[in-house]
Design a protein around this ligand. Structure first.
Ligand SMILES: CC(C)(COP(=O)(O)OP(=O)(O)OC[C@H]1O[C@@H](n2cnc3c(N)ncnc32)[C@H](O)[C@@H]1OP(=O)(O)O)[C@@H](O)C(=O)NCCC(=O)NCCS
Length: 223
């Protein structure tokens, strides 16, 4: 993004968020956070017919943003690599995207339950990373739907995944009241969504950066 465009886009966000975005050491983190916020603001503006200046977030104690004055509109965002994603609906929702990258799985074993670790160790090494990022994004989407972040003891929770939409979460043998879906159209990424509502769209809307910039120019979004 050109510096001038970046500054202009940043002005569409509240001062606290602008300061947060400017504090990232890596410009890519700043861009991702900026574009993710613009994307969800564009969606909120379009869905609820409100102007950008009237989009005000409140945050729970773990940092999950909610829309002030529109408590029945639920949304969540995530960003990784070249992508930012958002999900919204009338029930609490969490979304997580992760670029599949080589990591030392031993460092992350404390996030996995005994059942998940057992499953991981039974599969061939070349499939282990993919398995791990499936579980990671599913668990992240779960805790993000609850708004609890890493305060949730993820090791006590276990994902059972039959296929991309037949997925459940258990704790102490009890199925948790939530639903999952994975979207598999991005090579080298895992994208998972968790919701209190079992209806998920099949209609994923993909926009490139230019579309989002055009979006922020639409009349209802102008400051
Ligand atoms: C903050 C957290 C909720 C998500 O972190 P993340 O995966 O790094 O970030 P994502 O890109 O998926 O999501 C970030 C967005 O989620 C939202 N968010 C922040 N806190 C949140 C919370 N408690 N609940 C739901 N959403 C939250 C914000 O909109 C945030 O956007 P911003 O950073 O641009 O303001 C938290 O779960 C975390 O720190 N996770 C670390 C990852 C990890 O180690 N996971 C192991 C799982 S096996």
């Amino acid at each position: 993004i050109e510096v001038k465009t970046y500054q202009k886009l940043l002005e569409l966000l509240p001062l606290t968020k602008r300061n947060r975005i400017n504090r990232f050491m890596n410009p890519k983190d700043s861009y991702r956070s900026l574009v993710a916020d613009l994307l969800i603001r564009f969606v909120i503006s379009r869905e609820l017919g409100i102007k950008n200046r009237d989009i005000i977030y409140t945050y729970n104690k773990y940092g999950k943003p909610f829309l002030k004055d529109h408590t029945d509109f639920h949304f969540n965002i995530s960003h990784s690599g070249e992508w930012v994603v958002c999900a919204h609906g009338s029930a609490p929702v969490g979304i997580d995207i992760e670029k599949i990258r080589v990591i030392d799985l031993n460092l992350f074993s404390s996030f996995l339950s005994h059942e998940e670790l057992k499953e991981l160790n039974q599969i061939s090494p070349e499939l282990q990373l993919e398995f791990f990022f499936d579980i990671w994004t599913l668990k992240e989407s779960f805790t993000k739907s609850l708004g609890l972040g890493l305060s949730l003891p993820l090791k006590q929770y276990s994902i059972k995944r039959i296929n991309y939409k037949n997925i459940s979460m258990k704790r102490n043998g009890r199925i948790q009241p939530c639903f999952f879906k994975q979207y598999n159209f991005l090579k080298n990424y895992k994208l998972s969504v968790c919701s209190k509502c079992k209806e998920f769209t099949n209609n994923v809307i993909v926009k490139d950066f230019k579309d989002i910039i055009e979006g922020v120019k639409v009349v209802s979004f102008q400051i």
